[in-house]
Design a protein around this ligand. Structure first.
Ligand SMILES: [Zn+2]
Length: 376
């Protein structure tokens, strides 16, 4: 059976699975994977859907990880194509989740159908698909991995279908990602009339000094592959509607993208001590969304690079840029390499991928399957 990656992409896009909703997306995958002889198991938890599908047993074990949830539309009136119709126009497939990352899942399943038609394989093939990657990601991949680990179902390599390519599909692989920590800082003062500052305590200058110190602080200078850890403010708000009142408090929100030199603890220490020095009376809340990860298994990286080169004619670049992915959870168990669509339109209005890219990524995944299981 040869599964058409475009038709399957369209079916998935027609499920309005805005995170963490499922809207039938995983059931479609279950149907296709069952028809390919996979054993499908749902590991849903607290309303979050997860699918683990596997075929074969033992090692070598190649797993594909992905998510069927998508980010919200933003201003829906700005879309020129229905985000949940899967229209094909101008040689492009349009819709929310085309780039990130329903088409990649469809490409992998199509590649599986082509691979299984001709080849037998030693070991195990598996897919771990979650409906909770774009939101909190607490009960998705992070929740499922320990269950699989307990059974000994940990792959030798996990391929993630996140958008990774820059100009052309297959030009870049991600072998790591930065980690992410977000924070909220509230500085407290004493409200009063701005004409009588002597009776007040304005928290705004303290907040500004503190944020400046956080910007100026050199957490590190980066590593050979990662850029330096970076602090960015996303919001400053005193909630003050009057122009003649010094407010009693001001709140700021920020994010820190960390490299492998930092952990949640090291960031917590650095940020707390800067706030203690500059913020005066304050509350600080930090939320860790995962540490940075880096795959160092050169044999696996070379194997996948070669498999991609067999199709594209070019050895793909490797880098560690971009947003966090579920790779941060999976990398604690096995080497992770991310290979997917172009990043350009992900999360945007009128997200789309080129039809030819769907065929190209399917060929790349097919090549990865044959290369991985033949070991050359
Ligand atoms: Zn994604």
């Amino acid at each position: 059976m040869n599964i058409d990656p475009i038709l399957l992409s369209q079916k998935l896009i027609r499920c309005p699975s805005i995170t963490p909703k499922n809207e039938g997306a995983l059931e479609i995958l279950e149907e296709y994977l069952t028809s390919l002889g996979f054993t499908c198991e749902r590991l849903d938890f607290k309303g979050i859907v997860n699918l683990y599908a596997h075929k074969g047993s033992g090692h070598p074990h190649l797993s594909f990880a992905g998510h069927t949830d998508v980010v919200p539309l933003g201003d829906a009136s700005l879309w020129t194509h229905d985000p949940f119709q899967g229209d094909i126009k101008d040689d492009q497939l349009w819709g929310r989740g085309t780039a990130d990352m329903k088409c990649a899942i469809a490409c992998f399943i199509s590649a599986l159908s082509r691979f299984l038609e001709r080849d037998t394989f030693p070991g195990t093939l598996s897919l771990l698909i979650t409906g909770d990657e774009e939101a909190d990601a607490f009960y998705g991949t992070k929740h499922v991995l320990p269950i699989l680990a307990q059974r000994g179902d940990i792959p030798d390599l996990c391929l993630i279908g996140e958008p990774s390519s820059l100009h052309k599909v297959g030009d870049t692989l991600k072998i790591g990602r930065r980690g992410s920590i977000t924070g909220e800082l509230t500085c407290y003062g004493k409200q009063g009339h701005i004409a009588y500052p002597q009776f007040t305590d304005n928290p705004i200058p303290r907040m500004l000094n503190c944020l400046k110190a956080l910007y100026d602080h050199q957490f590190d200078t980066g590593t050979e592959v990662f850029e330096a850890t970076r602090f960015e403010v996303t919001s400053i708000d005193a909630g003050n509607l009057a122009t003649n009142i010094i407010p009693s408090k001001i709140e700021a929100k920020f994010g820190i993208r960390i490299n492998t030199l930092q952990t949640e603890d090291s960031i917590r220490q650095a940020v707390s001590s800067i706030c203690a020095k500059h913020a005066g009376k304050h509350d600080l809340t930090l939320t860790a969304h995962g540490n940075a990860y880096l795959t160092t298994d050169q044999d696996k990286i070379s194997l996948i690079q070669k498999a991609v080169q067999n199709v594209t004619g070019h050895l793909p670049d490797i880098n560690v840029t971009g947003a966090t992915t579920d790779g941060r959870f999976i990398s604690a168990y096995c080497p992770v390499i991310e290979c997917g669509m172009r990043e350009a339109t992900m999360h945007q209005i009128d997200e789309h991928v080129a039809i030819e890219d769907i065929e190209l990524l399917t060929k790349i995944y097919h090549s990865i399957l044959t290369t991985f299981f033949s070991g050359k």
